[in-house]
Design a protein around this ligand. Structure first.
Ligand code: CU
Length: 174
């Protein structure tokens, strides 16, 4: 196949266009979305193994909103646990950070909400069967307007043998 004189300039223009679209800076590595709902991508889901044989633990993920309006995460559930609450660490009247249940987590328009250790998290109660690293934990998130999306959270090691809210308490169990 030979390129005609007429098509060649078009190809060159196409390449120039691609080059112009390259961002000037190297962006952070794109996170693989495990699920998407109305422009909100869910990535980096993970659930820590419950500490010390308990049936409670914390889950984390990143919510990236590519839509032009704020979105609100209002709940979560799993067939493998009795309930899941949305939690945050907030400063109490005494200035100490305390874990609190929150009604919603807002993801700003074109913004991100990160659920990560020491901050926002999914608090999972009443886990029905023991979990180990490598397991897959099914969850469903509910967004404002009763819009739901399900996905699997990989179960990962718990580096602390504690879970959110344990700080300041004795972690010992006898
Ligand atoms: Cu919590």
């Amino acid at each position: 196949m030979t390129l005609s004189v007429r098509t060649l300039p078009l190809i060159l223009i196409a390449f120039a266009g691609l080059a112009a679209c390259e961002p000037a800076k190297t962006p952070p590595a794109p996170m693989l979305a495990v699920a998407t709902i109305d422009g909100v991508e869910i990535s980096e889901p993970r659930l820590r193994v419950p500490p010390n044989g308990r049936d409670v633990t914390a889950g984390y993920l990143t919510l990236t909103n590519s839509s032009n309006k704020p979105q609100k995460l209002v709940g979560a559930s799993s067939p493998r646990a009795e309930r899941i609450e949305l939690h945050a660490h907030l400063k109490g009247a005494d200035g100490m950070a305390q874990m609190r249940q929150v009604e919603q987590v807002e993801i700003p328009a074109k913004g991100t909400a990160v659920l990560a250790p020491g901050g926002l998290h999914l608090m999972v109660f009443g886990i029905k069967e023991p979990l180990k690293p490598g397991d897959s934990f099914t969850v469903e998130l509910t967004f404002e307007g009763n819009r739901k999306v399900g996905f699997a959270m990989p179960v990962v090691e718990n580096p602390t043998q504690e879970t959110e809210g344990d700080k300041g308490h004795s972690g010992h169990q006898h």
